[in-house]
Structures are given as structure tokens and as C-alpha cells.
Ligand binder design. Structure first.
Ligand code: CU
Length: 152
């Protein structure tokens, strides 16, 4: 009886250890991160990416950028033909459902962007979550958009 239960315990422990041979993968996947530089220095830049919670349900609670004073989560919306945008406090993440931050929809706004940052370089973005540990990715810096949509 005692031997059987300690064998069961040993098996359970080795199963746990078997989960991650090295660094466990982040439960959050962030792809295609890019930051569009402001057309005019002093104006905000815009950030885009796609995010997926792999395992548990989670919530994106904020983003910071090394090289920008402040980053806000925004959502553009069409109200009776007029595009406007507003800040959103957080973004719920459903396991396996990819959420795209893209022009015309959700996006990041980066305020106080370091004028030394140039297209072709990268900027580290750190994403914070209600559950998961923060995730940092290198976002590609791209030239300001040529269109008349003031960068987002
Ligand atoms: Cu915005």
C-alpha cells in the first residue's frame, strides 16, 4: 500500500517534470508586430500585430514600448460614415482565437516616439496580461503610410 502510493507519486512528479524540458513556451503568441512611424515628428505612431492565447483564457491589459513615452490600446470605429477612435482599457483573449490589431480596427498608438527611430529598425514592445507573464517582441519599424489616414 505504502509502496504503491509512493510509486504513484513518483509517476505524477515525472509527468509534471516532463511538461517542459527547457523553457516552457509562452501561453501567448504574438505575430507580425510592426510599428508605423509618425509622418511628422511629435505625432503618434501606430502599432499592429496579431495575438492569440494558446492555452487559458486571458486579457491583454497594456503595452509599453522602449522608445515611446506611452502606448495606448485604441479601436477605430465607423459611426455613421465618420471614422473615430477611442482608447480601450483591455482586450479579452479567447483560447485559440486570433485577435488582429490592424489599420481601421484595433491598433496601438505610440506617443512620444523617439525621433531617432528609423524605418527598417525594430522597437521592443512589451505586452502585459491579467494572467500570463509579460511578453516582449521586436516590432518592425515601417515608414509612415502614404495615405490620408493620419497613420492609423
Ligand atoms: Cu488611435
Amino acid at each position: 500500500m505504502r509502496i504503491a502510493s509512493s510509486l504513484a507519486l513518483a509517476a505524477a512528479l515525472s509527468a509534471l517534470a516532463g511538461c517542459g524540458p527547457s523553457e516552457p513556451a509562452s501561453p501567448i503568441a504574438i505575430e507580425n508586430a510592426e510599428v508605423r512611424l509618425p509622418a511628422v515628428s511629435g505625432r503618434p505612431g501606430a502599432g499592429y500585430f496579431a495575438i492569440t492565447a494558446r492555452g487559458a483564457k486571458d486579457t491583454l491589459t497594456g503595452v509599453t514600448a522602449q522608445g515611446a513615452e506611452r502606448v495606448e490600446l485604441h479601436e477605430s470605429m465607423n459611426e455613421g460614415g465618420v471614422m473615430r477612435m477611442e482608447a480601450i482599457a483591455e482586450v479579452p483573449l479567447t483560447p485559440g482565437v486570433r485577435v488582429a490589431f490592424e489599420p481601421g480596427g484595433k491598433h496601438l498608438m505610440l506617443f512620444g516616439v523617439d525621433p531617432a527611430l528609423k524605418a527598417g529598425g525594430t522597437i521592443p514592445l512589451t505586452f502585459s496580461f491579467a494572467g500570463a507573464q509579460p511578453v516582449t517582441v521586436q516590432a518592425k519599424l515601417v515608414a509612415p503610410g502614404g495615405g490620408g489616414h493620419s497613420g492609423h
